[in-house]
Design a binder for this molecule. Structure first.
Ligand code: PEP
Length: 252
């Protein structure tokens, strides 16, 4: 069975001390919750990964990097490899976030390499896909999302693909306060699952967690997560404070 996951993406926010304080506070809060019905992940800047991982002693929170290099190792100044990420204790890596695609020129070809390296190093990719506003307005969202998946992931074997978590993030909804309606999210998630089933079969498709991202918050999470094909959320702004993140975790 696929997992429900609520993953925060801090982006370029929080210094080291703030990051550690956040996970310490979140751990205490989670230990006071009767039953947690999803995996909880925090996506921190690279430089916080080791300390944040070390600050988690309950197993209640997984740690994600927000990116990794498309090369294994070597003379790539400023880059951080998947092996380095894994060596910090992080278990996940967010790949293909629209901000990486938009501001740092990440192409499907690069993301294909990053995904292979993440998997080779035992990391779970949280692989982001989603259309921009003009594409949605032109009714092209399905073909855009399908191409992103096909170009970066469909080289994987079914066994490899079964280690991927997808995050559908309509770019027009990220950080804009504009959320996809629960119907729009469900429609796209069902389409993605159908696309996976055509390539890898029903079992792999049914076992793939597909998260929604885009201005999800405590007020809309329950309704979004109640859709049969929405298996959780990738949360930006609302993941920066425990008081706004915890209610999203509790929406499951
Ligand atoms: C994100 O960046 O992945 C995201 C979903 O951001 P926000 O929740 O702020 O829209």
């Amino acid at each position: 069975m696929r997992k429900n996951i609520v993953a925060g993406n801090w982006k370029m926010n929080k210094n080291l001390q703030e990051g550690i304080a956040f996970v310490e506070e979140l751990q205490v809060a989670l230990s006071n919750v009767d039953k947690i019905n999803c995996d909880v992940v925090v996506g921190t800047p690279f430089i916080h990964l080791a300390n944040v991982s070390a600050a988690i002693n309950t197993g209640l929170i997984g740690v994600a990097a927000q990116n990794c290099a498309d090369k294994e190792s070597g003379a790539y100044t400023g880059e951080v490899s998947a092996a380095m990420v894994a060596s910090t204790g992080a278990k996940y890596v967010i790949l293909g976030h629209s901000e990486r695609r938009q501001y740092y020129g990440e192409t499907d070809a690069k993301l294909k390499e990053k995904t292979l390296l993440a998997l080779a190093n035992g990391l779970t990719p949280i692989f982001c896909i989603g259309e921009v506003l003009e594409e949605r307005e032109a009714g092209k969202q399905n073909e855009v999302v399908k191409a992103q998946i096909e170009n970066a992931l469909f080289n994987l074997s079914a066994e490899e693909f079964s280690k991927i978590v997808l995050a559908y993030e309509p770019v027009w909804a990220i950080g804009t306060g504009k959320t996809a309606t629960p119907e729009q999210a469900q429609e796209m998630h069902a389409y993605i699952r159908k696309t996976l089933a055509e390539k890898y079969g029903k079992e792999v498709a049914d076992n793939t967690s597909i998260l929604y991202g885009g201005s999800a918050n405590a007020a809309n999470a329950k309704e979004l997560f109640s859709n049969p094909d929405v298996d959780g959320g990738l949360i930006g702004g609302a993941s920066l404070k425990v008081e706004t993140f915890l209610p999203i975790v509790q929406a499951f």
